[in-house]
Structure formats: structure tokens, C-alpha cells
Design a protein around this ligand. Sequence first.
Ligand code: ADP
Ligand code: ASP
Ligand code: MG
Length: 407
Amino acid sequence: MALIVQKYGGTSVANPERIRNVARRVARYKALGHQVVVVVSAMSGETNRLLALAREVMPDPDPRELDTMVSTGEQVTIALTAMALMDMGVRAKSYTGAQVRILTDDAFTKARILNINENNIRKDLDDGFVVVVAGFQGVDEHGNITTLGRGGSDTTGVALAAALKADECQIYTDVDGVYTTDPRIVPEARRLDTITFEEMLELASQGSKVLQIRAVEFAGKYQVKLRVLSSFEEEGDGTLITFEEENMEQPIISGIAFNRDEAKVTVLGVPDRPGIAYQILGPIADANIDVDMIIQNTGADGTTDFTFTVHKNELGKALAILRDKVQNHIGAREITGDDKIAKVSVVGVGMRSHVGIASEMFRTLAEEGINIQMISTSEIKISVVVDEKYMELAVRVLHKAFELEQA
Ligand code: ADP
Ligand code: ASP
Ligand code: MG
């Protein structure tokens, strides 16, 4: 007998028929003698619908109220999933995040899980129930409802698996595993049987939304056996996330990620002297705006340009801060913003032992006439910022150049 946590995403619970389909799979695992905890997302489109509704009433919605509202999507699907199971004769019980007591901090809309009380769940499992838990939500120490950020049901699934010391956490979605890149952009993309945590973490943080980044972090930290599979197919082992030493045949590049969510900020004509980076980025950090890539040129004429990227949603705020508080103070010529950019990243642990990956990447983009605006690298990834309109082309040509397509 094993304890398995199964997480089903929005498309997998999009309507009553699909919920019954989920219930059938859960019932099969139960019939094999396993204990099953199910985590569900809201029906696909529901979280977006709720967010839009909130913005109609309050353009910049209060975060506490927003979380109270968007968490309702998952409250619907847990009850429906439990009902579908009951209708098949399987004993089932649903829990919201607060009912489990998934304790989080109070950072509304992007809360972090601090602790999970697994007592009730464990008792129900021992009593023969399937336990269905709402993804994406928790409760802070004052009883306020919180949510974990978009895609956060993955993190609920993995955190529960860690707390319960489950034998496996299965993430069921609308693709049958992790691919070399998003198969919606590159139909030739290949499913990977395994990928290392490190690579998965890098792909997730560079924009592959097949797994939420915090879910991967959690799984790595607590050694949760994590697998991505299709909820629409009966067969198949999906993709297992592994530790590097378990992965004997390492390709140089494992995958390509892309991200349309960033925008570029440039401070032009910055005096070239100590302390400038701090004077520019200090106020940005104080405003709680995350900065991703940063570039500064060396100034030949005593001035330089300073460029960095932020989330698109925060571009306006970042520009306002720089224009109001920084520009005159440091004597910069101009502050510009550009939200028509995209970031494309190639990821692979094999890069550690191979040289020439960056030049191969730059050559491939050059041959297509794609201009690179920014570059950043780590031990296992190279990212470039390009004009948004060339993003898909860049992903496709790089996928081909690194021979990632199906054999
Ligand atoms: P769910 O609602 O089940 O959580 P998501 O939409 O969050 O599903 O994530 C699944 C989607 O992730 C896929 O439909 C696919 O388009 C996208 N995706 C992006 N990169 C990858 C990748 N490397 N491998 C597989 N899917 C990917
Ligand atoms: N329903 C939430 C979202 O759409 C959480 C999730 O699906 O993982 O982001
Ligand atoms: Mg998701």
C-alpha cells in the first residue's frame, strides 16, 4: 500500500465529465489498496474570471479581499470531486486550505506555506476516505484566507506530499509530461522521461509553467518523488523529476523556456561612478519590485546606460519611482520602458562540462536576424532578451539547433 498525492489542474477538472474522469482514476488507485489525497485547481478559466470580476469593481483590488474571492474557484471543485467519488461508491471528504490548516504567511496573492497540520487528513485516510484538498489556498495565523500565486495548486500538492511523507506526488495536467519546450509552440518537442530538479527549477523560473517554481523547490528540499502526467491518458509514466546522480545519460541541453511577462527599464546617461547601481535599484527594491536581469555598460565618456527587467505588471510603478525619485538625483538623461520584449532560455546541466553552447545559441539567433538585447548566464542556463515578436521563432530555431526534436 502506498500513499499517493494526485494534483489535477484546471483543464483536468474543467467540467462535470472531466471531474468524473478524475474520480474514476482516483477510484482505480484506491481499489489497488493505496491511500489517495487529491488536490484540485479551479475549473480552467475560473481564476481568470474571478480576477477580472474583482477588477471591474476595484481596478487595483485589495489583496486580502482578492484572495478571499479567487480562492472560491477551488472550493467548488473540491466538493464536486468528492461528490463524483461518492457517486461511484468511494468514500470521500473535501477540505479547504483553512480546514486542513495549511498555514501560510500573510503575503496575500503570493503567500508561502509555513506549516501543514496533517492530523485530520491522516485520520481520514486511515478511516478509508479519499481526501480532496483545495489547491492554491491557505490561511494565515489570523485566519485570513491567502493564495499561493498563479499555478499554486502544484505547490499545495507537493507540500502535502512532503508533510504526509507520501510515496509519490503525481501532477496530472493536459500534457503527458515535461517536454523539451512548450509543445504548443514547438509541435516537434519531445517528452522527457526524466529531468533533474535543478533543470526543472531553472525551466520553471525561466517561464515554463508546467510546474510552479515553488513546487519544484519544495520537492527538491523535501525529496518528494515528483512526476508529471496526463489526466487524459490511461497509460504512460509521464516525466519523473530526479536528482542528478540518478540521471546517467545527460544531454547537454534539456529544454528551452520562454517568458513574455518581463519588461525592460533603461536609465540613459548615468554618471559612471560608485554607488549608482545602488541608487537606481535601492528604491526599486524598497517598493518590493523584483528585478531579474541587469546590464550596465562601462562608460567611455563618463556616462553609461543601466538596463534591468521587471515583471510587466510592475513596469509603470518602476518607471514612476525612477522618474520621481532617481533621475534628477543622479543626473540621468532619460528613463525609458519597453514591454514588448521576451526572454528565451536554454537549460541543461550538461553545460557545465561543455563549452561553446553560448556561441552556438548566438550564432543560431544571428542567422535568423534576431537581435539580442540582453544576455545572462548561470552554470546551467543561458538567457537572452529579444523583441517579443521574434520569441516563437527564436524558440523554434534553437530547439532545432540543439537537436531536441523527436527522434
Ligand atoms: P494545469 O492547469 O494542469 O496546472 P498548466 O497550464 O499550468 O496546467 O501547465 C501545463 C501547460 O504547460 C501545458 O499545456 C503546456 O502548454 C505548458 N508548458 C510550458 N512549457 C512546457 C514544457 N516544457 N513541457 C510541458 N508543458 C509545458
Ligand atoms: N487556480 C489557480 C490558478 O489558476 C491555481 C492553479 O491552477 O494552480 O492560478
Ligand atoms: Mg498549472
